[in-house]
Design a protein around this ligand. Structure first.
Ligand code: PAF
Length: 279
């Protein structure tokens, strides 16, 4: 079992010891409820560093009052067992006051990719919460690399921007989304889906893939995207957005030949699903 540390002083002690041995260090930030997607991030992390820390912290600052903070799945023991299988070196599961100590008053707030009108439009507090906790995890760990999934594509770009802007000496590495055999992107929230919803859920990736194929074949961008959104609405999803954006900035595409990413978010019953693909 990887060792579980709760205090940033213990985290720093272990990292300092590794550094003395000349090891490089990666961190995989998570909120627990680990699944194969996270374990892939951990395994991939070993392609980028000698030692791998997994942080597990359900970050209250990134949940809105009406969101699922209270019911967010927590299972540290089960997570630790999974991480033993993936050969993680250390689990950092901080107490809340290791992250937000008494009188905590600082928020890391970005514009640019964090104000692209995607997740930020529907979850206005989300990226302030993510950027704040991730900045702290980067600084507390002193890791050389941070590993993030492309599933949360806007988050990946926000975190990369934040580290650059604050001169935190860490490289943010993005890893392709891990999917079930039928295409559904793995997510801790998939466990909220009923059997019927789980069956319907693959419509999102199918709609994105079809749209990407049509765009590559020369179809008009906005009309193709609107058709994809309509098809999901018809199937009973409540679509927050389906959109094509510049893959590096998330700006609305201006010219042909830009790198494109298709991104979607939609509700299926009480569960909000997001996904994205490269074009
Ligand atoms: O993607 C997540 O699980 C969270 O947003 C993160 C990056 C661990 C920050 O709390």
């Amino acid at each position: 079992m990887p060792e579980i540390v709760r205090d940033r002083s213990d985290l720093r002690f272990t990292v300092a010891h590794w550094r003395k041995e000349g090891a490089t260090v990666a961190i995989v930030p998570t909120m627990g409820a680990l699944h194969e997607g996270h374990l892939t991030l951990v395994r991939q992390a070993f392609n980028h560093a000698d030692k791998v820390i997994v942080s597990i912290f359900v970050n209250p600052k990134q949940f809105a009052p009406a969101e699922d903070l209270a019911r967010y799945p927590r299972n540290l023991e089960g997570d630790a067992e999974l991480l033993a299988g993936a050969e993680a070196d250390l689990i950092y599961a901080p107490h809340e006051d290791e992250i937000y100590g008494e009188g905590f008053a600082t928020i890391v707030s970005l514009s640019g990719p964090a104000k692209a009108g995607l997740e930020d439009k529907f979850r206005p507090q989300f990226f302030d919460g993510v950027a704040t906790v991730v900045a702290k995890l980067f600084i507390q760990s002193g890791a050389d690399k941070a590993i993030f999934g492309e599933k949360d594509y806007q988050q990946l770009l926000v975190v990369r921007r934040m580290a650059r802007d604050l001169d935190i000496p860490i490289e943010v590495v993005g890893i392709p989304t891990v999917r079930d055999a039928d295409g559904l992107a793995l997510s801790s929230r998939n466990q909220y889906l009923s059997k019927h919803e789980r069956h319907q859920s693959t419509a999102i990736i199918r709609a994105l893939r079809q749209a990407a194929e049509k765009i590559i074949a020369g179809a008009e961008l906005q009309a193709t995207i609107r058709a994809a959104a309509r098809s999901l609405n018809t199937l009973g999803f409540k679509v927050d957005y389906v959109t094509a954006r510049n893959a590096e900035t998330l700006a609305v595409p201006q010219s042909p030949g830009e790198p494109l990413r298709l991104l979607a978010a939609a509700w299926l019953g009480k569960t909000r699903l997001i996904d994205n693909i490269e074009v």
